[in-house]
Design a protein around this ligand. Structure first.
Ligand code: NAG
Ligand code: NAG
Ligand code: NAG
Length: 386
């Protein structure tokens, strides 16, 4: 009895020391990767942001502020927004860089809000917001120039037409990046046979069988095979050239999840589609609501278009990649209908349009030198937060 007590006493003491050590380390750790100071009234612009993109944690103190990062990370929010009263909110909405304020506006007594990216590599890379304007000078067109229309309205809208069997594929001009957040607003065609896609990809070699060892993370809009209904959503990731888990979300499911009316579909309303890609996980969100989380080591089982059941332990894609947007139809005429991805297009109709705007990314592409000295204000944000 006595022995047991002594044993527990030393276990308790050790645990206390561990907690103290952890608290001390946490006080030094960055709150995430600092993205800048933003005007609170301009930070959250969209009506649905107000309703859904935010998890309001609470007003913390300097000592408890690390809970902000812990809470936002626990629920897989990519961003934490910290106000000068140590208020903490978690968000999916990448702020508009044009609305960034001088860092002095995030000092005590000012009303700016410091935005941090929940970067798992906050000690080794710094991050930035990088928009891709919907203007021809920002994009390389892999094919289908004649099917791309740049509309100047609403800050720039890029419209694709699927005309006959010809669509288009576009890639931002600024190269490949490892990890980060990618978001875009989209309104996409529901025509069977039309496949609209927004994805990250490490290779521009197609088809997949020819690309070898590549990485990919996809949002696709499917209107037939393997989708059962038009206006469906399809999520996937590829690592080492292997699928890491497919998932279909039909209209009834996303309408229920989002509280949307039956009339609201992917082709008649803009919605924000996001990917958060980190070394340990990939998450997807629709209008700021997380719809899929895949963590390293989790077993995923799914049925492919061909009816094969696959099962794999998830591994987050690990190759530098670029965003890609495309609209296409599977024109492998030699295959039976059941083997054509996205179904069969009525080529006598059309053109079928899909539209995109407001593409924003958080990219973490500046490596930091080793050691705590590298964790300067550019990474840690305002000094008084620590
Ligand atoms: C970063 O470094 C700090 C201090 O050196 C440490 O406490 C923390 O656990 C490290 N990791 C992250 C992800 O911040
Ligand atoms: C909590 O934070 C908000 C925003 O920074 C601030 O307006 C409010 O006064 C704070 N509340 C308290 C009790 O400090
Ligand atoms: C959207 O798709 C549905 C289902 O195919 C169709 O009934 C509707 O007319 C389409 N609406 C628009 C605006 O294209």
């Amino acid at each position: 009895m006595q022995k047991a007590t002594r044993c527990c006493g030393s276990v308790l003491l050790a645990a206390l020391l561990l907690v103290l050590a952890a608290c001390h380390a946490a006080a030094q750790a960055p709150l995430g990767s600092y993205l800048g100071c933003f005007d609170p009234n301009r930070l959250i612009m969209r009506a649905e942001d107000q309703k859904r993109l935010l998890l309001q944690v609470w007003n913390l103190t300097q000592a408890t502020l690390p809970q902000c990062r812990a809470t936002c990370s626990k629920w897989f929010y990519p961003l934490a927004i910290i106000g000068t009263h140590f208020s903490c909110r978690c968000s999916w909405s990448v702020p508009d860089n044009a609305r960034r304020l001088p860092d002095s506006r995030c000092q005590p007594g000012s009303n700016g809000m410091a935005v941090f990216y929940m970067n798992q590599l906050a000690n080794s890379t710094s991050c930035r917001i990088a928009e891709v304007p919907m203007r021809p000078d920002a994009w390389n067109i892999a094919y289908g120039d004649q099917n791309v229309v740049w509309e100047p309205r609403e800050g720039g809208v890029m419209r694709f037409n699927l005309a006959g069997t010809q669509g288009a594929r576009l890639i931002p001009k600024d190269g490949d990046h490892l990890y980060g957040t990618f978001e875009i607003r989209a309104q996409t065609t529901c025509a069977p046979g039309a496949v609209t896609a927004f994805y990250t990809r490490s290779s521009d070699i197609y088809p997949n069988e020819a690309a070898g060892d590549f990485s990919e993370i996809d949002w696709e809009w499917l209107n037939a095979n393997p989708a059962k209904e038009q206006c469906s959503l399809w999520l996937n990731a590829q690592q080492g050239g292997k699928g890491m888990g497919e998932r279909l979300i039909g209209p009834a499911e996303y309408q229920k999840l989002m509280g949307w009316p039956r009339s609201r579909l992917t082709n008649n309303s803009w919605a924000t589609y996001s990917i958060n890609w980190q070394p340990g996980f990939v998450t997807f969100a629709l209008d700021g609501r997380r719809v899929r989380t895949m963590q390293n080591g989790e077993k995923r089982t799914w049925t492919t278009m061909g009816g094969n059941t696959l099962s794999r332990a998830f591994v987050s894609p690990d190759k530098p990649s670029h965003a890609t947007i495309s609209l296409w139809t599977d024109d492998r005429w030699d295959r039976p209908e059941s083997q054509r991805f996205g179904g069969i297009l009525d080529t006598t109709g059309g053109p079928y349009p899909s539209r995109f705007k407001n593409m924003r990314r958080v990219l973490c592409d500046v490596p930091l030198p080793a050691g705590d000295a590298a964790l300067t204000a550019a990474v840690r944000g305002p000094a008084w937060l620590y």
